[in-house]
Design a protein around this ligand. Structure first.
Ligand code: HEC
Length: 381
């Protein structure tokens, strides 16, 4: 991990400094207004009672957040944009407004480490060069991981998840392996993740893998789901929690298969349609939609390329890698966690774990990624 930190100091820094002001300012390139932004924001769901209810609940929470003085993070004053110091290893801005970068000099054969380099060397490196160097570092790291898949720390969590799946727990001392149906029969894990989200008759709703696991834990093991939902995701450096570990294990059992989330049942169709509407609907204090950041090729925030998630070609590559080991926070991050983080970035209300809205967004993303390869656990920045 030390070696990795040396390789990607920029990425770690960007993670630490991805702050309010920068988000709005650095989405690039803001050249033309894409079609979705010119089109009127999509109307509320008109069909599907559950979808409408989920959406109303979402709007109610937005109202509450606004009445309480804005969604919590937005209530803090915006930090004044810090003046850019030329010498600082500032993250790259590809904004056309930025001063034209000097033609990039050829990169040295070994990767420079801006943190360790003397200040003069640091300032000599243009933003573009730093960017390229960081990308190369990440690429190299990914290649190393691919060459030796067992080096992915997420596999430790998958092992923990496997043990939790098999463990007899709760008052009835039953395991999920002998009670929980992930859609392919009780206890069947092979290929189950690839078909999520899907409709479950017993729960009478569409569930993604994580939501389903928690439902099973609550239903069969008397697990306190309400308490779990209050704090479902790990903080930086903490291991992923039980549900995420089990989800990681389940995902490994679909590795190499095609993403084939279900889209036959009316409620599955309804969830995908709601997800699509949420994806394109601009809202919140910044008036962002998911599409603001994720509906264009080559967009990035600082170091992070932003995948074009409504475009199957890019969705197929990105979505199948979740849950993923996230290098900057040194833990496994699940899709529910990823979506919660993007909600936070948009300054929307806290996305409830397993809520219909969270599942709908997932249903839409997996639908876009249909036929892509399941390659979880992946490795993300
Ligand atoms: C303000 C910009 C912004 C908005 C708006 C936004 N995201 Fe993101 N999203 C990001 C960033 C930045 C990352 C990558 C973070 C990283 O690499 O650490 C990301 C990553 C993701 C990923 C993982 C992509 C991958 O590489 O595998 C998914 C999925 C995602 N977002 C979904 C959404 C959804 C759904 C919404 C709307 C609810 C949304 N995002 C809104 C900035 C945004």
């Amino acid at each position: 991990m030390q070696a990795l930190r040396k390789l990607i100091p920029g990425a770690v820094m960007a993670g630490a400094t991805l702050m309010l002001g920068s988000i709005a300012a650095i989405i690039a390139p803001p050249v033309t207004t894409p079609a979705w932004a010119q089109a009127p924001t999509p109307p509320l769901p008109t069909k599907g009672q559950r979808a409408r209810k989920a959406y109303e609940e979402h709007l109610r929470k937005m109202d509450e957040a606004e009445k309480a003085g804005g969604a919590k993070p937005a209530a803090r004053p915006l930090p004044a944009p810090a003046p850019r110091k030329a010498a600082a290893p500032a993250p790259a801005s590809t904004s056309p407004a930025a001063a034209p970068a000097p033609a990039p000099a050829p990169l040295p054969a070994t990767l420079p480490s801006p943190a360790a380099a003397p200040p003069a060397a640091r300032s000599a490196m243009s933003a573009t060069e730093q960017d390229t160097a960081t990308e190369r570092g990440l690429d190299q790291y990914r290649r190393m991981m691919k060459a030796d898949p067992w080096s992915n720390p997420a596999l430790l969590d998958a092992d923990r998840g496997e043990a939790l799946w098999a463990a007899r727990l709760g008052p009835g001392q039953v395991s999920l392996a002998e009670t929980c149906d992930l859609g392919k029969g009780v206890g069947v894990v092979e290929g189950a993740f690839a078909e999520m989200p899907r409709y479950f008759k017993d729960a009478d709703r569409v569930q993604d893998t994580e939501t389903r696991i928690l439902w099973c834990m609550q239903s069969y093991q008397d697990f306190n789901a309400a308490a779990f939902r209050k704090n479902p995701h790990p903080g930086g450096g903490q291991p992923v929690r039980e549900v995420g570990a089990i989800a990681t294990f389940i995902a490994t059992k679909s590795a190499g298969m095609k993403i084939a989330s279900k889209a036959d049942h009316p409620k599955e169709k309804e969830a995908i349609a709601l997800g699509e509407q949420l994806f394109f609907r601009r809202q919140g204090p910044f008036d962002f939609s998911c599409a603001t950041c994720h509906a264009g090729t080559g967009k990035r925030i600082r170091l992070q390329p932003l995948p074009f998630l409504s475009e199957p070609k890019e969705a197929k590559v990105a979505i199948g890698e979740w849950p993923a080991y996230r290098v900057s926070t040194t833990h496994v991050m699940t899709m529910q966690h990823r979506l919660l983080d993007c909600y936070w970035q948009m300054r929307l209300h806290r996305l409830d774990f397993g809520s219909d809205v969270s599942v709908a967004l997932s249903a839409y993303l997996y639908d876009r990624a249909r036929d892509g390869e399941m390659a979880a656990p992946g490795v993300k920045r």
